[in-house]
Design a protein around this ligand. Structure first.
Ligand code: TNX
Length: 480
C-alpha cells in the first residue's frame, strides 16, 4: 500500500524509494504490548511468525523525549522499521499505521493467499490533535453482546480513537451486575417488549429483550481495551433515565413499581432524593470504580423532567464521592445548571449546543464536544425514504467530516445511541463509515474532504471489508 492511504491522516509523511518485505525472517520487538499486538494481528493475517529478537526488524521504541503523549515517529527502510514513540499509546498508534501500510488483507484473521506483504519505505511523524477521542456506545437501549463490544474496541483502536464511553444504564435496561443489588439485573436488565416503527402512533413488538455484563465481562472489556490503549469510561445515568433501576428497587422512586420501560424518549419516572437513594448510588459507584480503573466516571445527568434543587444536591454528592476516590466525574451539559455550583474538576460532555461548551469552559470545566448536530450516529445518513433508520437530524458523512471543534477542549466524542440499533448489523451501519470521518476530525491536524473521500474509497473501505464491518455503502442503502 502507499503512504497516502493512511486514515486518519498523519501530521507528516515523507515517502522514499524501495520497500521492506515481511517474511519468515522478520522479527518484531520493543514496547511489549505493542510488539505483542502487532505479532498477533499482523502475524495471523500474514501467517508469519514475527518472532521476538534482540535486534528486531520492526522495533517499537519508547522515548518520552520524542513527540507528545500518543505521538510517534517511524521510519521504514528496506532492512527494517524503527519506531520512536513518546509512550506505549504512541507505539500502538505506530503499529496501527504500519498495519494500514500493508495490503487490506492484513485486517483478516487468517492468511488467505501467499501474496507479498510489503511496507513502502519512508518516514512518518504523527501526533493526536485531541487527547480525548471518544465514542459513546449505548448498550442500555439494546444490549450489545460482549463479543461485539470487544470487536468494537478493536475498530476504535484501528481509527486511533482512545475512549469508549459505555452507557450502561437507562430507562429501558440496566446492564451492569452489582452483587449487592441483584434485582438491578434480575429485573432491570429485561423488558417485555420494545417500541418499533417510526409512525406517529407507537407500535410495539412482542419480543422480550435484555442482557447484562458481569463484573468479569466488564473487566475483560477493560483489559482488552487497555491493550488497545482505549479507556473505558462507564456511565451510570442519574437521576433521570433511571426507570429500569426503579423497576428493580421501587424505593428509589415513588415506591410504586414501574415496568422496565418499553418506549423511547424520556421517562418521567426519576429517582427520589432520599438519603437512602444517595447511599444506594454511592455503593453502586464504588462497585463501578472497583471494576473500571478509568480516571473518569460519568454520572449522566441528562434530560431530567421535573428536576428539583434537591436533585442538583444529589448529583453534587455523587460527583464529590467520585472525586473523593481520586477519580473525576463527568456529566452531560444539563448538570451545569442542575448541579450549579458544580465541584471543580467535573468534565462536561457538551451535546446540546456550542453555548453549553462555552459556558462550561467559562466556569473552568474541561469539555468534551459531543454535538447532537454532527456526532449523533443514530441519526439518519440520507433523506431517502429507504434509509433504514430515518430518525434525528440529517447527519451525512460530509457533515461529520466538516465539524470544526473549538480548540480549547479536552476532545471530541461520537455518540451511538441504540434505540433503533437492535442488532450488531444495524450498529455497524450507523457507525461506519461516519466513525472514520469522525476519527480524522479527532486525530488529524489537517482536513481535506476530497482527499479523505479518496482514501476512504480506495483504501479504507477495503480494510473495513476485510474486518467484516457492515458499513453503510456510500451510494446509499439500496443494492437493487
Ligand atoms: C438524547 S444526548 C439523549 C439520549 C437519546 C438520544 C437519541 C443525551 C444525553 N440524551 O437519551 O438516546 O438523544 O438521539
Amino acid at each position: 500500500m502507499t503512504w497516502d492511504s493512511l486514515l486518519p491522516r498523519p501530521v507528516l509523511v515523507r515517502p522514499a524509494a524501495g520497500v521492506l518485505e515481511l517474511d519468515e525472517n522478520t522479527t518484531v520487538g520493543g514496547e511489549p504490548t505493542t510488539a505483542d499486538w502487532f505479532r498477533r494481528h499482523v502475524g495471523a493475517a500474514t501467517g508469519l511468525p514475527l518472532a521476538d529478537a534482540e535486534r528486531p526488524t520492526v522495533e517499537f521504541r519508547v522515548d518520552p523525549a520524542g513527540s507528545v503523549p500518543g505521538g510517534y515517529r517511524a521510519q521504514v527502510r528496506p532492512d527494517g522499521v524503527e519506531v520512536v514513540a513518546h509512550d506505549a499509546a504512541g507505539a500502538h498508534h505506530a503499529a496501527q499505521t504500519l498495519r494500514q501500510l500493508l495490503d487490506p488483507s492484513a485486517y483478516r484473521s487468517a492468511l488467505i493467499h501467499y501474496g507479498r506483504f510489503v511496507l513502502p519505505c519512508g518516514q512518518v511523524e504523527d501526533r493526536p490533535r485531541f487527547s480525548w477521542r471518544g465514542c459513546h456506545l449505548d448498550v442500555a437501549r439494546h444490549f450489545l453482546p460482549k463479543r461485539e463490544v470487544l470487536r468494537f474496541v478493536e475498530l476504535l483502536a484501528m481509527h486511533k480513537l482512545n475512549v469508549l464511553h459505555l452507557h450502561l444504564t437507562d430507562d429501558q435496561g440496566w446492564r451492569f451486575e452489582v452483587p449487592r443489588f441483584p434485582e438491578l439485573t434480575r429485573v432491570g436488565a429485561w423488558r417485555k417488549r420494545s417500541m418499533v416503527g417510526r409512525g406517529p402512533e407507537p407500535e410495539f413488538d412482542s419480543r422480550p429483550h435484555g442482557g447484562f455484563y458481569t463484573a468479569d465481562d466488564l473487566r475483560e472489556i477493560v483489559a482488552h481495551a487497555a491493550r488497545h490503549h482505549v479507556t473505558v469510561v462507564p456511565e451510570i445515568d442519574v437521576p433521570g433515565h433511571s426507570q429500569a433501576a426503579i423497576a428493580a428497587y421501587p424505593e428509589l422512586g415513588t415506591g410504586q413499581r414501574p415496568e422496565v420501560w418499553d418506549s423511547w424518549g424520556v421517562s418521567s419516572d426519576i429517582l427520589n432524593t432520599d438519603p437512602a437513594t444517595a447511599d444506594f448510588y454511592r455503593a453502586v459507584l464504588d462497585h463501578v470504580m472497583e471494576v473500571f480503573p478509568s480516571p473518569v466516571i460519568c454520572v449522566g445527568g441528562d434530560e431530567v423532567p421535573g428536576i428539583t434543587p434537591e436533585h442538583g444536591a444529589f448529583l453534587r454528592e455523587l460527583i464529590e464521592h467520585v472525586h473523593a476516590r481520586g477519580r473525576r466525574a463527568s456529566g452531560w451539559d444539563e448538570i451545569l445548571d442542575a448541579a450549579d455550583p458544580l465541584p471543580a474538576g467535573t468534565i462536561i460532555a457538551a451535546w446540546r449546543d456550542e453555548q453549553a461548551a462555552v459556558r462550561a469552559a467559562e466556569r473552568g470545566h474541561d469539555v468534551v464536544l459531543c454535538p447532537e448536530s454532527h456526532f449523533y450516529f443514530d441519526h439518519r445518513q440520507a433523506d431517502h425514504p429507504d434509509e433504514p433508520i430515518p430518525v434525528g437530524f440529517l447527519t451525512t458523512l460530509e457533515k461529520v467530516y466538516g465539524y470544526q471543534p473549538r480548540p480549547d477542549v479536552l476532545g471530541v466524542q461520537a455518540q451511538v445511541w441504540s434505540e433503533h440499533l437492535d442488532t450488531p448489523r444495524r450498529l455497524d451501519y450507523a457507525a461506519f463509515p461516519r466513525l472514520s470521518a469522525f476519527a480524522e476530525v479527532a486525530w488529524s491536524q489537517q482536513h481535506d474532504l476530497a482527499d479523505f473521500q479518496r482514501r476512504l474509497v480506495d483504501h479504507h473501505l477495503p480494510r473495513l471489508d476485510a474486518c467484516g464491518v457492515e458499513y453503510r455503502p456510500l451510494g446509499g442503502p439500496h443494492p437493487w
